[in-house]
Design a protein around this ligand. Sequence first.
Ligand SMILES: NC(=O)CCC(=O)C(=O)O
Length: 304
Amino acid sequence: MSNLLKVSAKVALVQVASGASKPKNLANARNKVLEAASNGAQIIVLPECFNSPYGCDYFPEYAETLLPSPPTKEQSPSFHALSAMAIESKAYLIGGSIPELDTKTKKYYNTSLTFSPKGRLLATHRKVHLFDIDIPGKITFRESDVLSPGNQITIIDMPPYGKVAVAICYDIRFPELAMIAARRGCFALFYPGAFNTTTGPLHWKLQGQARAVDNQVYVALCSPARDMSATYHAWGHSLVCDPMAEVLVEAEEKETIVYAELTGEKIEETRKAIPLYGQRRFDVYPDVSAGRASYDDEVDKILV
Ligand SMILES: NC(=O)CCC(=O)C(=O)O
């Protein structure tokens, strides 16, 4: 427990809608981030693709260049806007995600930037699992037609609160990321995400609760608000689950901000009541959080 959440942290999920105008999206995000800060939020989260409409047709048009870091204002207006919002709000800011172009490799990514209350870039997460699905008659989406996947798990230290993990939307469907982050001491998992009106009602809350109950950590999902005039209809319903998988707060589909208080006591109480952390059987299955090399060794041992 000592390395988990040391003090309580107030989290705000800023559910904004994003239209065609990037400057308007950035200005809207700033207003809402400052409102969240004025209500005492210490960790503020924006949604996936908060600076642009969401969709493969839009990624190249809205993409910004982040490397070498820090980029200029021309290369990445969103980087500078987020850094300034973090300073103004004096809060940690998980900046949803933005489309990114790596000019060296000419590859596009769906990338999340997290800033300290002093406006310093703490971490960059490139979406690891691309959203490629085909549900006949409902939704077909292939991010991989345009985007490339990231290849790192993103764990961020947020003193004095502790460590958190950030991943993006479809990443939540892969429990390994969450498991590794939780076993490496994160107290909360943050997923800026834009589920849709087909999978949203079925899986959005379920995935949040599943990652929370598996790992006995807080899980926060921050969606764009739904815009029925957009080509992609986001589910909305930004929510926070506690370590018992109880939904502490859930938005509807409109623009709003939802808040939750995360406490170390709740994590401790949950893990004491249901002591999974002392009951795992790494003699029966490998510990995925141990790192790739030792994971492979463990699998070899088990399979022989
Ligand atoms: N933006 C996304 O990754 C959407 C993921 C999604 O809707 C899902 O069902 O998963």
